[in-house]
Write a protein that binds this ligand. Structure first.
Ligand SMILES: [Zn+2]
Length: 234
């Protein structure tokens, strides 16, 4: 039986990501079970803004669930399964098509931390291209093999971009994954603006990023309280 407070966080995470412009009808967020790390929680294929606790299903690390009962599943649930399988430290995952990052998936410009709020990007941003591993596809991560290849690209970082598609963002909690998804989108918007003003953009140094990352806590209390209040009145 999942911890109700984690399920509450997961539902609020769905609503926050919509309110903050990270997901629309598409995109999804999951939370790993702290009591049973071989399983994670994710809704069936509902639009995130409409998610309720009764929509949450339990999945294994191959992306299977015994609970579907005829309901449609997210075709890209394998993203979550593979990241949890490859990264024992990850407790929350967001997959989205948040718009400002898309140009960074198709142009030769690396997404880098432009401000302290996105210092986590300094741990590396991988670029995954389905073309490299499977040739022409619909670009969706629709099986565990593609999920594994994507997880390999994520490596030890927190963000990986998917060419012509979107991104995957990981956190030490579902709250942190939400924070990072929001600030990955914000960073992309600001970096694109800075690059229009000048080509010699000064990004955070590795030392600055490491100090900021040490300061940030996985519960991201202050922004979470604000976003949850805005999305759910919590
Ligand atoms: Zn997708």
């Amino acid at each position: 039986m999942p911890d109700q407070s984690l399920i509450d966080d997961l539902i609020t995470a769905n609503h926050i990501l919509f309110r903050q412009g990270v997901v629309d009808a598409y995109g999804h967020v999951s939370a790993r079970s702290p009591d049973d790390p071989e399983h994670f929680f994710l809704t069936w294929a509902v639009a995130p803004a409409l998610a309720r606790a009764s929509d949450v299903l339990t999945f294994d690390l191959e992306g299977n669930t015994p609970d579907a009962a005829g309901r449609e599943l997210y075709s890209e649930r394998y993203i979550h399964a593979a990241v949890y399988k490859n990264r024992p430290d990850v407790m929350g995952v967001v997959h989205s098509h948040s718009p400002a990052i898309i140009p960074f998936t198709v142009c030769d410009v690396e997404l880098q931390p432009i401000w302290h709020m996105s210092a986590f990007l300094a741990d590396g941003v991988g670029l995954f291209d389905t073309q490299d591993v499977a040739g022409d596809t619909d670009l969706l991560i629709k099986n565990i093999e593609l999920g594994e290849a994507l997880a390999k690209t994520l490596g030890t970082g927190w963000v990986a971009l998917l060419r012509g598609h979107g991104n995957v963002v990981a956190g030490r909690s579902v709250r942190e994954a939400v924070y990072r998804a929001i600030y990955t989108e914000a960073n992309a918007q600001l970096q694109e603006k800075a690059l229009r003003m000048g080509t010699r953009v000064k990004y955070l140094t590795p030392g600055e990023a490491a100090l900021m990352n040490a300061y940030m806590k996985p519960d991201v209390r202050r922004p979470w309280e604000l976003w949850a209040h805005d999305a759910d009145g919590r």
